[in-house]
Design a binder for this molecule. Structure first.
Ligand code: GAL
Length: 671
């Protein structure tokens, strides 16, 4: 939250989505009383209230929202006031049926849920900006309003619409990208193949359902367009809000989640005053705590400092096959882990569990059972914890390691008709992130072309299938100047249009890595290859292999069996004053951890702190003190060396701090 427009509430903000429209007004007084009891300082209001705020086109009824905001203010609770634009009312779609989105198969969807609108619809844009302006004009000076919450999770349900209006918008976007040069588009898309050449801009349509594989660059540009199209809605609303209230920060809740990849948040981040994230656990993820850490580090990197956790859950969600409740202490560990990775605000979906409606089975801060419940007791405890951590606000993590993260590379890797359909970008990145997380090594995320990489000792690019020449040169420069770089398999293979760099893989990185690959040998599901060399005994690899020839690099590990027996699988190359490693396969987790340990040692990167296995370690650095977070995920409790004050208990620490089983310790370490 480093921008000029700052959140003016103190400490670590605490709260959730507040949807009191669902309840009779008598309930509201109980809500605010209980919010005070739990230490809630800010709630998000009005997110889905369009139908109530604008009962018919251009006619507003703000009376209920007036009372809600006044009540919050009387109780000292700030409002993160939302534009309700994620859910246009039924009257809107009856008046403008063309604003309903069309899916890939050409089906026009219906209203009756939420976020079912075409992002390119002029009628939607007009209506959304009109209600945003009415809301902003009315509440810009309301003392409760501390932040604007633009829309809700852009693209969550309507990341792409394939209607004719979207097609026209796509063509406009393409004309800008290709500077009105249709031949340039044809070249970029490789349309001489399969008779796809376009003679007229009007021939171009969205990548609708086709009988065979659609053109890959067409799809890539479509994804870029869809992200930009939603961003333009977001910035248009932001501008309306800023005009009415120049000092109030605006945010929108992003979703840096395994399951969502529609938006290029590197392009979104600079447009927002405060970055917020929504994070939910997947029931089938046995180590969801790694996902929390990874998404927190990515958010901190996008934000360039602290950020805001806009939503997570106190217990089960309602949108997975089986919705797992949280284990004892898990909610507290989750929330405090988000703080450890840079969150300066912690909030939930939602304040009071719904009795009716689509999310009646989603957990909340105040469950159906009421206050005589474990969740409520945990919510009150968390409020106290966050109060105890107030001084942590504004501090941030500093890292010697950067992991390259790129949405273009992610989209391109997961296109159809690739050498392997088994590669999942986020899994590949997480595989490399996990051993660093386990070792307590702080990590930032960077764009491939990020300037100033010299501030890191080590840069890792676990998966960079698509890379621009400029970005590849940026990574090479980092190595030439003495940095240590490690690159994962099947990286540097295609350019920004998805065209293969010829002359052998990994084209853009061949010189840097001192290797050349003439053929790819992806492994079948369940198939493995043995590895030998500087790897643990019995090391194996799966998913991927390729026939690598050395052109300057040394072999660190080779295949012990299979069609590539004797060929290099992991290499190391002196380049300029630095070193570039190539992990040309997907080693098993222990082997990968061992290799990354070598890489890290060579780069001179050390863990943040000594801590026993099972304890997550993160340090936020402030101006007067540092804050050492120790989180026990193993459930056994532990002791770790520390000096200072344990903030959650207020206990002075000399020499050793105790982390209770399944618990958390946060030590203020004086400078
Ligand atoms: C989010 C959404 C919330 C709520 C939540 C449930 O995607 O923003 O409104 O639906 O999921 O997990």
């Amino acid at each position: 939250m480093s921008t000029a427009r700052r959140l003016r509430i103190p400490g670590i903000a605490y709260g959730g989505d507040y949807n009191p429209e669902q309840w009779p007004e008598e309930t509201w007084a109980e809500d605010t009383r209980l919010m005070r009891e739990a230490g809630v300082t800010m709630v998000s209001v009005g997110i889905f209230s369009w139908a109530l705020l604008e009962p018919s086109e251009g006619e507003y009824d703000f009376s209920r929202l007036d009372r809600i905001l006044d009540l919050l203010h009387e109780n000292g609770i700030a409002a993160d006031l939302a534009t309700p634009t994620a859910c246009p009312p039924a009257w809107f779609f009856r008046a403008y049926p063309e604003a309903l989105p069309v899916d890939r198969d050409g089906r026009r969807l219906s209203y009756g849920s939420r976020q079912t609108f075409c992002p390119s619809s002029p009628a939607y844009r007009r209506a959304a900006l009109r209600i945003a302006k009415a809301l902003a004009d009315r509440y810009a000076a309301h003392p409760a309003v501390a932040m604007w919450h633009i829309h809700n999770e852009y693209g969550c349900h309507n990341a792409a619409c394939y209607c004719d209006t979207s097609a026209a918008a796509f063509r406009t976007w393409l004309r800008t990208r290709y500077e009105d040069d249709l031949d340039a588009l044809n070249r970029a898309w490789g349309t001489t193949f399969w008779s796809q050449w376009y003679y007229d801009w009007d021939e171009i349509i969205p990548p609708r359902a086709t009988g065979a594989v659609p053109n890959p660059t067409h799809q890539l540009d479509w994804r870029r367009f869809c992200s930009d199209e939603l961003l333009s809605l977001c910035t248009a609303e932001r501008d309306v809000l800023h005009r009415a209230a120049p000092d109030i920060p605006a945010t929108t809740n992003l979703m840096v989640l395994r399951t969502f990849d529609a938006l290029d948040y590197w392009r979104w981040a600079p447009e927002l005053d405060i970055l917020s994230n929504d994070h939910y656990l997947m029931s089938d993820d046995p180590e969801a705590e790694i996902d929390i850490a990874l998404s927190g580090d990515l958010m901190r990197s996008l934000a360039g400092g602290p950020w805001f956790l806009m939503e997570h859950s106190t217990g089960a969600v309602n949108w997975q096959q089986v919705n797992r409740a949280k284990r004892p202490g898990e909610m507290r560990r989750n929330a405090l882990a988000h703080v450890a990775h840079g969150a300066d605000g912690i909030a939930f979906f939602q304040w009071r569990a719904s009795k009716a409606g689509a999310e009646q089975w989603h957990s909340a801060m105040l469950p159906h059972a009421g206050t005589d419940s474990q969740i409520w007791r945990d919510v009150v405890q968390l409020g106290a914890d966050l109060r105890a951590l107030a001084e942590v606000r504004g501090s941030s993590v500093s890292a010697d390691v950067a992991i390259v993260w790129d949405w273009d590379a992610r989209w391109a890797l997961e296109l159809p008709a690739q050498p392997s359909g088994e590669l999942r970008y986020q899994d590949l990145v997480r595989d490399w992130y996990a051993p660093l997380w386990r070792a307590g090594v702080a990590v930032d995320f960077v764009r491939p072309g990020e300037p100033g990489l010299d501030r890191y000792k080590l840069v890792l690019a676990p998966s960079l299938y698509l890379v621009t020449e400029a970005a590849a040169a940026n990574l090479a420069r980092f190595t030439e100047r003495g940095g240590t770089l490690a690159i994962g398999f099947h990286s540097g293979v295609v350019d920004e249009n998805g065209h293969v760099f010829l002359g052998g893989y990994p084209g853009a990185f061949r010189d840097l890595l001192g290797v050349v690959t003439d053929e790819l040998f992806p492994l079948l599901p369940g198939e493995t290859a043995g590895l030998s060399g500087e790897v643990p005994t019995g090391a194996t690899a799966d998913l991927w292999s390729e026939r690598v020839r050395l052109t300057g690099a040394q072999t660190v590990a080779s295949y012990a069996d299979g069609p590539l027996a004797g060929h290099p699988a992991v290499t190391r190359h002196h380049h300029g004053d630095g070193t570039a490693w190539y992990l040309a396969t997907h080693p098993d987790q222990d082997t990968l951890a061992t290799l990354l340990h070598h890489v890290r040692r060579e780069a001179g990167v050390t863990p943040e702190h000594e801590a026993p296995a099972g304890i997550e370690v993160v340090r936020r650095r402030g101006t007067e003190a540092d804050y050492l977070f120790l989180i026990d995920h193993a459930g056994k409790g532990a002791e770790a060396p520390a000096d200072g004050v344990e903030l959650l208990t207020g206990t002075p620490i000399t020499g050793t701090v105790t982390i209770p089983p399944g618990g958390v310790a946060v030590v203020r370490e004086p400078r």
